[in-house]
Design a protein around this ligand. Structure first.
Ligand SMILES: Nc1ncnc2c1ncn2[C@@H]1O[C@H](COP(=O)(O)OP(=O)(O)O)[C@@H](O)[C@H]1O
Ligand SMILES: [Mg+2]
Length: 150
């Protein structure tokens, strides 16, 4: 997570503030670090696109009772509630040069590779959006080669 935020931080203008709330203990989830970084990076890019050059992105990760939860919140323009699930459809974009593939791929990575869920948790027009990812807790039984902490 640290790596992604530094990277995004460098790309974003200095009027986009990025903050994180991460646990002290490393989170143990079964994940492919590179694919997962791509997902977070894409959520952050969308967040930046949703802001007019200025705003705040907050990334939170924590262990919950039934999952590892990760939320990316922004202070961008928001998503109309009728589009909360449409945004994950391949080809759906509201951008002039958008491909509309970022979120559909993000969903595939989270759901098919990581057996998790990704969805719009909350969004308000003109105020901002929170995307939430839930990953199953790692039960420690499998030891895949690409297992990573946090
Ligand atoms: N954080 C966000 N705030 C507002 N709208 C968003 C956000 N993330 C995604 N969207 C909406 O979802 C659409 C699809 O996103 P995505 O699949 O990444 O494709 P693209 O970025 O190429 O448009 C975007 O065009 C935008 O309308
Ligand atoms: Mg995108």
């Amino acid at each position: 997570m640290g790596r992604v935020t530094t990277y995004i931080g460098r790309r974003a203008s200095n009027r986009v503030k990025i903050t994180t709330t991460l646990p002290d203990e490393p989170l143990r989830a079964l994940l492919s670090a590179s694919l997962f970084e791509w997902v977070i990076e894409n959520l952050c890019k969308n967040a930046i696109d949703a802001m007019d050059g200025e705003g705040h992105i907050h990334i939170m990760a924590r262990s919950e009772a039934y999952c590892i939860a990760l939320e990316v919140s922004d202070t961008g323009k928001g998503i109309p509630s009728k589009h909360f699930s449409t945004v994950f459809t391949p080809g759906f974009t509201t951008k002039q040069r958008g491909w509309g593939l970022g979120l559909s791929l993000a969903r595939r990575i989270v759901e098919e590779y990581h057996h998790g869920r990704i969805f719009v948790k909350q969004s308000e027009l003109g105020k901002g959006t929170t995307f939430r990812i839930e990953l199953p807790l790692y039960d420690g039984e499998n030891t895949p080669s690409d297992e990573q902490n946090g």
